[in-house]
Design a protein around this ligand. Sequence first.
Ligand code: GDP
Length: 295
Amino acid sequence: FDKLKEGLSKARDNFFGGIKTLFAGRTLDDEVLEELEEILIMSDMGYETANKILTELKIRYKKDEVEDPLILLRDIMTENLEKENFEENPNKKPYVIFVVGVNGSGKTTTIAKISKKYVSAGKSVVLAAADTFRAAAIEQLKHWGNKVGATVIAHEHGSDAAAVVYDSLAHAKAKNKDVVIIDTAGRLHTKSNLMEELKKIKRVIEKEIPGGSDETILVLDGTTGQNGIQQALAFKEAVDITSVVVTKLDGTAKGGIAFSINNQLNIPIKMIGVGEREDDLQMFEPKNYVNALLG
Ligand code: GDP
C-alpha cells in the first residue's frame, strides 16, 4: 500500500486530496457538491462517471443520514471500481493471454511481470513475439524470455505476425506448455492496419485453441486521459478486451481514468503501474486505490 500511495502522490496532491479539505466540517450543500464535481471531472474521470458518482452520493447522503460524507464517497468510489474479474483457469493448457496496446504504453513491462508470475509458480511459459513491426520489440522480448526463463518464439523482423502466433500455439501444444503470452504491435499512426492485424491474430487463436484466448489484456498509458479511453474503444471493438492494465499512474496528476475504464468501457482493471521498477506493477485493488487517492 505504501508503494501505491507514493505512486499516486501526484494525483492525490493535485486533485483527490483536495476532497478531504473540501468536506472538512461541512455538510454536503450545493456549493460543496459543485466543487466536488469540478474536482472529479478535472481528474479525467469523464463527465458521465463523475455525475454517476455525484448522484449516488446525494441520494445516499440523504437516505442514510450520513455523518461523514467522505466515508460515503470512499464507498461509492470503491463500488464504482469493482468489477468482477473472470476466474483464471489454471488447469487449462495452454492458457492463452493476448496482449494489446499502443507502443510505449508498457506492454513489455506487463508481459515480463505476468510471465515471471507464472514461471515462479512452476509453469512453463511461451512468449510469442508478434510485434514483428519493430526489430527492437523482438529483441526486448527475447531478453525478457531469457531473464525469466520463458521460451520465445520469434520470426524475422517484418514477417507475418499471425504466423508467429500460429507457431507459438503449435509449439505450446506440441511441448505441452502451460501458458502462452502474445506480444503484439502497437503502431498508432496506421491504426486501421493494426486493428486488422490484431483481428487476424484473434482468428488464428480461435482456430487453434477451442474458445479462443483466455484473456485479452489491453495495456493503457494512464497519462493519456480521455484520449486513452477512445483508443481503448477501438481495441475493444477489434478484439474484445477482457481486462485492462493501466500504467504510468505515477506520472499523472489525475488518476480518474480508472473510473472511466470501469464505467465507460465496462472492462475490469487487472493491474496498475505506479512506477518504473518491476514491483511497481501491482494487482489492482479498488479499495486501496481509492484510499491512496483520497489520502
Ligand atoms: P511497450 O512499448 O508498450 O512495450 O512499453 P514498455 O514496457 O517498453 O514501457 C515503455 C516505457 O514506460 C519504459 O521506459 C517503462 O519503464 C515505462 N513504464 C512502464 N510502466 C510504467 C509505470 O507504471 N510508470 C512509469 N513511470 N513508467 C512506466
